[in-house]
Write a protein of this length. Structure first.
Length: 202
């Protein structure tokens, strides 16, 4: 595993919480490193599964499926089961996408102690909003790891330069400089460095 990625997991996230959680959901925009991070987290856990919900760019199952596989310490994932959604993209197939996501997570947790859940890059617009909110509700992960763009798109997080950390009315904490707003009840443990807000002031 890349040393930079190891350092990020150790210091950029709440590593103890993420690595001890039974389920971790990784969300973010396209090409932000979701799959790389998800595989790295799974590789550092004992008896962990990777649940791949990106039916258009699947790394575990065939195209047009959601799938899960067993993770090994070297970052490889061995496919175990998949669920056919009938589409390469969630729009138009939200029901099989969400039903398959829940089924694959249940299968993964029945066979493994922990699961890392990788998702599509669809976070913007009405479909992205509905898809990710229902995934969070339906899968009920212990920890959600999100990039800053996903937080903005999904939960109306706004920059507040005077507040290094923000808390919602429910007490959930969004890590990352200058964020404050409504977030899901699960704690958001970090932001991907590539899409973190700039460090140069408001």
């Amino acid at each position: 595993m890349d040393d930079t990625l190891k350092e990020f997991i150790k210091n950029g996230l709440d590593a103890d919480a993420a690595l001890s959680a039974r389920s971790v959901l990784v969300i973010g925009g396209p090409d932000t490193g979701k799959t790389t991070l998800a595989r790295a987290l799974a590789a550092q856990m004992d008896n962990a599964a990777l649940v791949d919900l990106d039916m258009g760019q699947s790394n575990v199952g065939p195209p047009a499926t959601v799938a899960w596989g067993r993770s090994s310490g070297d970052g490889e994932v061995r496919a175990e089961e998949f669920y056919f959604t009938g589409s390469l993209s969630p729009p138009g197939s939200l029901l099989p996408t969400l039903a398959g996501a829940r089924y694959m997570l249940d299968c993964a947790l029945a066979a493994c102690e922990r699961a890392i859940i990788d998702t599509t890059g669809l976070v913007a617009g009405p479909v992205g909003l509905v898809l990710k909110q229902y995934k969070i509700e339906l899968l009920s992960p212990d920890v959600v790891v999100a990039d800053f763009t996903a937080l903005l798109a999904l939960y109306g997080v706004r920059r507040q330069a005077s507040h290094p950390e923000g808390r919602s009315s429910g007490g959930s904490k969004a890590q990352g400089r200058g964020t404050e707003g409504r977030v899901p009840r699960q704690e958001v443990r970090g932001v991907f460095p590539r899409l973190a807000p700039d460090r140069g002031g408001p």
